[in-house]
Every structure is written in C-alpha cells, then in structure tokens.
Design a protein around this ligand. Structure first.
Ligand code: CAA
Length: 258
C-alpha cells in the first residue's frame, strides 16, 4: 500500500511509521491521520509485527492539527463529523505497544499523538507544547487530560494557558519523556527498543500495556485488582511455562512470537 503523507517500513519485527509532510512541519491533515490509522490497522493485523515506532523529521515530529485545513470549520460541522475522533483515536486504541520517537516540534495534536503512544523517546532537540491558546482554541485530542496526568496540574496549566514549550530536558525531568537520545541515533534506538519489546512474549507485552493503562483509567484499588486477575491469567499462557522453565534451566526463552 502506498501513502501520500507517511512512510511505512517494517524492520524485522517492528513497524516504523514516519510522518512525511516536510512542507507543513508534519501538520496532521485529515489525509495524514487517515493514512496513519490505516497503517496502524495493517500493523495490528500483521503477526510478524510486535511493536510500532511513530516518528517525524529532525525538525518536527508534528506541529499540530492542520490549521489551514480547519481554519474555516464551523461548530456544527465540527460537532457532526466528530472532528478529532476518527483516525486519531486509532493511536490510543492500538493494542500493540507504540513508541513515539520525537525530534523537533511536537505541538498541539503532535504532542497529543505522542502522548497517546505508550512512551516517548526524545532527542535533545524535542520541544513539546499545547499552543492552541495562541490561535484562540484549546487542546482537542486529549492534551488537557494526558499532559496533566503526565506532568501534573501546574506545568500543564501553565503550558496550556500560555502556549509555552517544554524542551527535552524539562520533559524528561517532568516524566513526559522516558529517555533523551542524541538526534542522530533517535530512530535507530527507538527501533532497537521496539525490537526488544517485540521479542518478548506477545500476550505478555499486550497485557502489560493493558494493565499499565488501567492506572490512568480507574482507582488504585480497582487497578491493582485488575492487574492481579490479569497476572493470574498469565499462568494460562504457554509463554509463562516457557519463560519460567528457561529461567530455571538457565537458557534463553523461546516465545511464541519468535
Ligand atoms: N498547520 C498547518 N500548517 C502548519 C502548521 C500547522 N499546525 N505548523 C506549521 N505549518 C506550516 C507553516 O504554515 C509554514 O507553511 P508555509 O511555508 O506555507 O508558510 C510551514 O509549516 C513552516 O512553518 P513556519 O514557517 O511557521 O516555521 P517556523 O520554524 O517559523 O515555526 C512553529 C515553527 C513554531 C512550529 C510554527 O510553525 C507554529 O507555531 N505552528 C503552529 C503550531 C500550533 O499552533 N499547533 C497547534 C495546532 S491546533 C491543534 O493541534 C488542535 C488539537 O489539539 C488537535
């Protein structure tokens, strides 16, 4: 399948999606979001792929929803078509682990897409922000909620109210980013990290994603209860038998996804 606004590759057991609208700093047009959702759907269905990396260019991961495209939208149009839902939600709904590899600008919808991923690896040039306030609107793809949960109310409120950007160091200190990687190595490192995840037991990685996400969706007591039930369910998988036997026998495990 060929795409107009993204590049899609498979690197061993990892799917790599690169936003490719350099003329617009990877602004997230309807075409780009539709293609992203389609590529994710295909990767979810492809057994060989165990994890996904989403990236942009050195200058921009993505500078937000496409302002030129949405400029003339009316409220009824936006409401009826349920703008910023179709396609966008596919990122958060993907059941395979997704890593965002961010260099340059991750603004507005770009920051929001990065936060929908399971974790963010950033280069030292990364800049995160929710600058919608500067164009008279506010976050629409989950930024007010995910940024607040990730960095706390004070920083999130300041960023959303002023449009201030956060650099990679501050983002790492604040818990938005898991690691900073030199810009030249970012994609390679992200792919290697994803390959490592993809080499683990497939049900285990999908279950980890499911249980960690619960931490954001429910109370602590309910989350812990859910995790425990799911942990108990791991004893129903062949990979649990193999993983534990390999440890006891001092050898490398051979999981179903190998
Ligand atoms: N939508 C459409 N086009 C965009 C864009 C966007 N979000 N961001 C950048 N571009 C375009 C510019 O219009 C420009 O195109 P032209 O050459 O045709 O004029 C090109 O990309 C390069 O951009 P700049 O010349 O502005 O580059 P810069 O280096 O001077 O500035 C920037 C970079 C600070 C990121 C600036 O481009 C900027 O502020 N962009 C908008 C950021 C923004 O407001 N994002 C939020 C969008 S709303 C949103 O995302 C809603 C939501 O929650 C889903």
């Amino acid at each position: 399948m060929s795409y107009e606004t993204i590049l899609v590759e498979t690197r061993k057991n990892v799917g790599l999606i690169t936003f490719n609208r350099p003329e617009a700093l990877n602004a997230l047009s309807t075409t780009l979001i539709t293609e992203l959702a389609e590529a994710l759907r295909v990767m979810e269905k492809t057994d060989e792929i165990g994890a996904i990396v989403l990236t942009g260019s050195e200058k921009a991961f993505a500078a937000g929803a496409d302002i030129k495209e949405m400029q003339s939208k009316s409220w009824p149009d936006s409401f009826v078509e349920d703008f910023i839902t179709d396609g966008w939600e596919q990122v958060a709904a993907c059941r395979k682990p997704i890593i965002a590899a961010v260099s340059g600008f991750a603004l507005g919808g770009g920051c929001e897409i990065a936060m929908m991923c399971d974790f963010i690896l950033a280069s030292e040039t990364a800049q995160f922000g929710q600058p919608e306030i500067k164009i008279g609107v506010w976050p629409g793809a989950g930024g007010s909620q995910r940024l607040t949960r990730l960095v706390g109310k004070s920083k999130s409120m300041e960023m959303c109210l002023t449009g201030r950007m956060m650099d990679a160091d501050e983002a790492e200190r604040s818990g938005l980013v898991s690691r900073i990687i030199p810009v030249a190595d970012l994609v390679e490192d992200a792919v290697a990290t994803a390959q490592k995840i993809a080499s683990m037991s497939r049900p285990a990685t999908m279950m980890v994603k499911d249980v960690v996400d619960r931490a954001y969706e429910t109370t602590l007591a309910e989350g812990v209860r859910y995790e425990r039930r799911m942990f108990q369910a791991s004893f129903g998988t062949p990979d649990q038998r193999e993983g534990m036997a390999a440890f006891v026998e001092k050898r490398k495990p051979k999981f179903g996804s190998d």
